[in-house]
Design a protein around this ligand. Sequence first.
Ligand SMILES: *[C@@H]1O[C@H](CO)[C@@H](O)[C@H](O)[C@H]1NC(C)=O
Ligand SMILES: *[C@@H]1O[C@H](CO)[C@@H](O)[C@H](O)[C@H]1NC(C)=O
Ligand SMILES: *[C@@H]1O[C@H](CO)[C@@H](O)[C@H](O)[C@H]1NC(C)=O
Ligand SMILES: *[C@@H]1O[C@H](CO)[C@@H](O)[C@H](O)[C@H]1NC(C)=O
Ligand SMILES: *[C@@H]1O[C@H](CO)[C@@H](O)[C@H](O)[C@H]1NC(C)=O
Ligand SMILES: *[C@@H]1O[C@H](CO)[C@@H](O)[C@H](O)[C@H]1NC(C)=O
Length: 420
Amino acid sequence: MVSKLSSDRRIHSIFTVALTSLLILGTARLVFDYLKHSQSQFLRQLSTLAWEEHKLPLVNISREEGIEEGCNLFEGKWVFDNESYPLYKEESCPYLVKQVTCQKNGRPDSLYQHWRWQPSACKIPRFDAVKLLHVLKGKRLMFVGDSIQRTQFDSLVCLVQSEIPEGRKSLQRIPPRKIFKAKDYDLSIEYYWAPFIVESISDHATKHTVLKRMVRLDSAAKHGRQWKEADILVFESYVWWMYKPLINATYGSPDRIKEYNVTTAYRLALQTWANWLESNINPLTQKVFFLSMSPTHLWNWEWKPGGDGNCFNESYPIEGSYWGTGSSLEIMGIVRDVLQRLKTNVTFLNITQLSEYRKDGHTTVYTERKGKLLTKEQKADPKNFADCIHWCLPGVPDAWNEILYAYLLHDYAHSLAVEE
Ligand SMILES: *[C@@H]1O[C@H](CO)[C@@H](O)[C@H](O)[C@H]1NC(C)=O
Ligand SMILES: *[C@@H]1O[C@H](CO)[C@@H](O)[C@H](O)[C@H]1NC(C)=O
Ligand SMILES: *[C@@H]1O[C@H](CO)[C@@H](O)[C@H](O)[C@H]1NC(C)=O
Ligand SMILES: *[C@@H]1O[C@H](CO)[C@@H](O)[C@H](O)[C@H]1NC(C)=O
Ligand SMILES: *[C@@H]1O[C@H](CO)[C@@H](O)[C@H](O)[C@H]1NC(C)=O
Ligand SMILES: *[C@@H]1O[C@H](CO)[C@@H](O)[C@H](O)[C@H]1NC(C)=O
């Protein structure tokens, strides 16, 4: 607490370096994704020739499934479980992007794939892809946010895709969206790039500005038109705000750009989002989630006194209580305030604490930068090149999705109970 001010300053300046590389990386990948898209269109056309009616597997979801009454899913510990985890294999999910395939990119240890999140007071239902497909039948689930959110999207696609036969599933890239479809279930799982949730000059999925940012704190309508039709929405936005203590933004007149305190700006933006939600979402037919901030592990002195490195070379989760200084409780408080005042029921997925423990889960140097895997020289320089913001897959975001699954299953089972 004593060094709060100076460490805050350090956070901001180091976030700058980390973010710059992360954002450039994002741009290049989307361009690449787009090229791949045109190629896969041809393959999709081929697969429709082989069209054939597939029967859906039977599922049995009972009324009791989901989350035990009063259980806090976000409080607990990581348990090593190499029998059941990972829930899918890195090499068996064709949709994983290079950014997250840490094993393929040369990461020597793989223990990080084998941890199960175990709440203290109850169990998370075992992930069952067929059940989730059944729950999502006829629906559109959309993740909205930045590249962290894109990893959660990738994770969910990998969690379900193996249960869908070849030719009955597809992945399209139509920036700013990525759309996974399961034909026989008439469902889609989508990702929508909106790093600030509200509008900004960084919204172009392939040509977004990285160093210059300008946020329109009072505008969500343009994005909102594309969110409106989703049945389930999962929002997330944090790391892009944390570039500098101040951020250029407009509120009201689009020509009056001014510097705002980041916390002030975040509150205004979230309120704009909340207003959009209240007038566009029908809580009886649509469900909304908000994912709390994904923690970063940029300085190992935070868990290893005297250290001067980062998350590189970390193979085990942190044990005991831990909260990194990069996770702003002030921002967390703003989210809580705004959600509490909403009439619409938004489920807060408070994954920050559980992810804080996972200093071992980041991509570090086993990832790409500007669309290319790190070179040997870059890999040998983790101080400058390790990415301690993004996560390997399979990995930590799978646990976020297991929790999302628990909520969706719970609601579905509960609606069966009401029908009876
Ligand atoms: C799982 O971990 C245990 C303990 O570390 C080890 O003895 C065992 O061989 C591992 N099993 C597999 C399938 O990797
Ligand atoms: C805001 O924009 C002005 C003009 O482009 C620039 O000089 C200033 O550094 C920006 N402020 C921040 C916090 O980025
Ligand atoms: C920005 O917000 C923080 C936290 O609310 C506050 O401590 C600080 O004084 C504010 N800075 C400015 C320039 O208003
Ligand atoms: C990685 O960690 C191991 C054991 O904790 C240590 O022996 C090794 O020197 C570390 N390597 C680097 C490059 O920091
Ligand atoms: C989320 O969890 C953290 C740590 O467990 C807690 O401090 C915080 O108050 C929670 N946030 C909300 C909005 O409930
Ligand atoms: C809000 O959503 C949560 C989680 O899905 C659920 O447990 C709760 O009953 C809902 N509340 C209302 C008022 O619908």
